[in-house]
Design a protein around this ligand. Structure first.
Ligand code: NDP
Ligand code: GDR
Length: 372
């Protein structure tokens, strides 16, 4: 039975990858951080009682800032494959906490690679690094491929650039099977609540149910190439099954704006929006309501305003990936479109909002605030 170790198993990708690998028959080990409250919601459904001998899903306490801990876990687990998905992954937050972001995202990757080498596992253990389209930042060519030059635009992207190159370096210097997946934005109902897609689907669902008044957004003209996390974790695994290690761009090859994502999400809720004004004064108002998913709204209500607090000190305006290499060499193509993904996310968030609305009706407090 193959063994995999996943850092960031409690995150969006970690949870889908763990499911995927369990289905493939792997024993899956994950590193979770100690927190003062439960932080395993995304993997609770695949939790197995560790007291039984058959358990194939195992969690270990750890942190990418702690090399002795990483070394001990690697020695204990002896994984065939390591997926380094753990990171301070929020671009805007990286401007607030740049040093911590570098420690986890850059140095954390080095700590893992060095621990594999130190333990003499560099010929046995394959390594996947969660690299990112943020490396392209101020883009030098469109669409972006494996050879497009990098120009990172945030402390997050700069830290990820170190992680990218140290992965390449360990491959070249020590013959490690180590590769980078340069993944473009990917989302799902499990996406963190402060990333833009989930902020929109969750926020609009709450507004439709009368739980909140308005969605406050930053740069809604930003363009992204969005895919579904389920499609992207499949590719993470495929990259580690080849004859030799290589880096791949994973993207859909289609680009939309944040504004379009807002329109689709509203439309899934049976709301038509009109965008009025420009710049900081732009708002989105309800121009029509069809169906009964928006009892909290009427025509003319303002559901979105611009708040400059969500602007970034340096923005990545546009990203569009070319996944041709992944298709040609690995036969990978994304199966879920961004519109299907948006519909799935809205449906899930609407269910939660409807439950909260019911609780509120009965006098209970509900968690609806959105920052991010
Ligand atoms: P999430 O933010 O959902 O998950 C990040 C994971 O990393 C969580 O499990 C988190 O733990 C863990 N983590 C954070 N800090 C530490 C630390 N100090 N030590 C150990 N673990 C830590 O990210 P995604 O699942 O969306 O992304 C997975 C990876 O892919 C990340 O590295 C991200 O930067 C990268 N990436 C993501 C893309 C995307 O569009 N989703 C695109 C390209 C790259 P906790 O749950 O306790 O917070
Ligand atoms: P990104 O994702 O920065 O691309 O990083 P995010 O969803 O946070 O932003 C996408 C774009 O939307 C704009 N935006 C807003 N973003 C947020 N979060 N909140 C807002 O209110 C808002 N308004 C507009 C942003 O400015 C940006 O242009 C994600 C993360 O998952 C990274 O870890 C990963 O590496 C990259 O995707 C690829």
């Amino acid at each position: 039975m193959k063994k995999a170790l996943i850092t960031g198993i409690t995150g969006q990708d970690g949870s889908y990858l763990a499911e995927f690998l369990l289905e493939k028959g792997y024993e899956v080990h994950g590193i979770k951080r100690r927190a003062s409250s439960f932080n395993t919601q995304r993997v609770d459904h695949i939790y197995e009682d560790p007291h039984t001998d058959q358990a194939r899903f195992k969690l270990h306490y750890g942190d990418l800032t702690d090399s002795s801990n990483l070394t001990r876990i690697l020695q204990e687990v002896q994984p065939d494959e390591v997926y380094n998905l753990g990171a301070q992954s929020h671009v805007a937050v990286s401007f607030e906490a740049p040093e911590y972001t570098a420690d986890v995202d850059a140095m954390g990757t080095l700590r893992l690679l060095e621990a594999i080498r130190f333990l003499g596992m560099e010929k046995k253990t394959r390594f996947y690094q969660a690299s990112t389209s943020e490396l392209y930042g101020l883009v030098q060519e469109t669409p972006q491929t494996e050879t497009t030059p990098f120009h990172p635009r945030s402390p997050y992207a700069v830290a990820k650039m170190y992680a990218y190159w140290i992965t390449v370096n360990y491959r070249e210097a020590y013959g490690m099977y180590a590769c980078n997946g340069i993944l473009f934005n990917h989302e799902s109902p499990r996406r963190g609540e402060t990333f833009v897609t989930r902020k929109i689907t969750r926020g609009l669902a709450n507004i439709a149910q009368g739980l909140e008044d308005c969605l406050y957004m930053g740069n809604i003209d930003a363009l992204r190439d969005w895919g579904h996390a389920k499609d992207y974790v499949r590719m993470q695994w495929m990259m580690l099954q080849q004859g030799s290690p290589e880096d791949f761009v994973i993207a859909t090859g289609v680009q939309y704006s944040v504004r379009q994502f807002i329109e689709w999400s509203a439309s899934e809720l049976g709301i038509k929006l009109a965008f009025v004004g420009t710049g900081l004064d732009e708002v989105a108002t309800v121009s029509a309501i069809t169906g009964d998913n928006a009892p909290g709204l009427k025509v003319g209500d303002v559901v979105m305003r611009i708040d400059p607090r969500y602007f970034r000190p340096a923005e990545v305006e546009t990203l569009l990936g070319d996944p041709a290499k992944a298709k040609d060499k690995l036969g990978w193509v994304p199966e879920i479109t961004v519109q299907e993904m948006c519909a799935e996310m809205v449906a899930e968030d609407l269910k939660a909002s409807q439950r909260y609305a019911l609780l509120k009706e009965h006098g209970m407090d509900v968690p609806v605030s959105i920052e991010g």
